[in-house]
Design a protein around this ligand. Sequence first.
Ligand code: SAH
Length: 205
Amino acid sequence: MQEVEPFAKPSVLLEQHPTPADLAARMLYTAEASFGDIDGRIVADLGAGCGVLSMGAALLGADHVVAVEIDPSAAAVAQENAVEFEVQVDVMLSDVSNLPLRRGGFDTVVMNPPFGTKAKGIDMVFLQQALGLVRRGGAVYSMHKSSTREHVMSKGKEWGAKSEVIAQLLFPIPKVHRHHKHESLDVHVDLWRFHLPELAATTKP
Ligand code: SAH
């Protein structure tokens, strides 16, 4: 997955940090090997960037992958990556806050959303939208700064999901933006799985 072409000119405002191949693989492998959430599934990737998670999901046997991205240049790179990897990924240019996708129409959402450092609260907008897209019994995999763990947990609960941190990772953010003082900065992130439980069967009176 290290072959996936990265952002040509990463945007600071959009928090464009590609997921390193090993972390992307970790998310997808756990989703598939431990939970069976990728192979044969209908998958959405929100804030797909250049599509590393989409490519990985397609390679692991997802039935259909929709990659949603707001930035046309990143979406174009994702499209090229899909051609290069010879996988079928539908790249959709859209703002995640306002998604024209069917609620409950997906089995699984995978995402590495903006962490909300620039646009406050966008990480939780992504989570709420992701939980709206998956069907009952479906799951959302996402990464969030470990410093926001309590908040993420309470939002997950508010939106009806069973939430668990399945791994704690170090996310290296390389110095691609001029304002970064260090060569790279390791950010502690949690890899989350949010699961929407099936509705309890109603018993007839
Ligand atoms: N998921 C990719 C990119 C992560 S960076 C990866 O794992 O490598 C976050 C991405 O979210 C960027 O590509 C950015 O352009 C996109 N993004 C930010 N705000 C968005 C919004 N409101 N709607 C859709 N995409 C958005």
